[in-house]
Design a binder for this molecule. Structure first.
Ligand code: B16
Ligand code: MG
Length: 217
């Protein structure tokens, strides 16, 4: 077993795709006759596509047949992918490339641990897919965060013990998943929201070199 490994969530940590999810879900809600706000969009962070639609239908008090549900899921994803198609490296969040370079320089392996089924495509679009030693996404897991499956699979792929893994997460369920996996959880976002994380930073560029050096010790 190697010494340490890092696992990154995608949406909200590496890129801000939440804004594109929001636009696509809002259009869908409007089509169904109700509104969907940015505050409500917070409920969808780290949540799977199917579960997200359930939450939205619940907000609107709408019930759909299984056939219509499937059609709306396809429609939402088609619209979302149109946004992803236009993504470039400029959309990588501040501090991410610096942290990835730090890990490479120190020979620390790292993986992606995301609920998104579009994760590989997004990493390709922003040009960093080849940097990752392993990728675990929504196509690889059957249990959603806060279940630790996504992160445990990441640790397994990297051949590092869960206790030696550090996870970066922006969602409450994601922090819980990391904690449930017995990993160190670093929250990216608000301290008031990510109360269960070992440490919280507003953004990846707020982490000092001293903090990073300490994490890999
Ligand atoms: P997709 P993460 C999650 O990504 C998003 O936070 C969440 O809002 C989205 O519903 C989920 O991916 C599924 O995405 O529709 O692309 O499969 O934060 O786990 O990287
Ligand atoms: Mg996220």
């Amino acid at each position: 077993m190697k010494e340490k490994a890092f696992i990154f969530d995608l949406d909200g940590v590496i890129v801000d795709t939440a804004k594109y999810h929001f636009l696509a879900w809002k259009n869908l809600a409007n089509e169904l006759g109700f509104d969907f706000t940015e505050t409500q969009n917070e409920l969808l962070k780290g949540v799977s596509r199917v579960k997200s639609l359930e939450i939205i239908l619940n907000i609107g008090g709408v019930t759909l047949s299984e056939e219509k549900t499937q059609a709306f899921l396809v429609k939402k994803n088609t619209e979302y992918l149109a946004f992803i198609n236009k993504m470039t490296a400029d959309e990588i969040l501040p501090g991410v490339l610096k942290v990835l370079a730090f890990l490479k320089n120190n020979n620390i392996p790292f993986a992606l641990g995301s609920a998104s089924k579009n994760a590989r495509f997004i990493l390709e679009q922003v040009g960093i897919i080849d940097l990752f030693d392993a990728i675990v996404d929504g196509n690889d897991v059957s249990k959603a965060k806060p279940d630790p499956e996504v992160f445990l699979l990441g640790a397994e792929k990297l051949n590092v013990a869960p206790a030696n893994c550090v996870v970066f997460e922006d969602a409450i369920a994601g922090v819980e998943a990391a904690n449930n996996a017995g990993m160190v959880s670093i929250g990216i976002g608000s301290e008031d929201v990510l109360t269960e994380a070992s440490s919280v930073f507003e953004s990846m560029d707020q982490m000092s070199d001293a903090f990073l050096n300490n994490l890999i010790k």
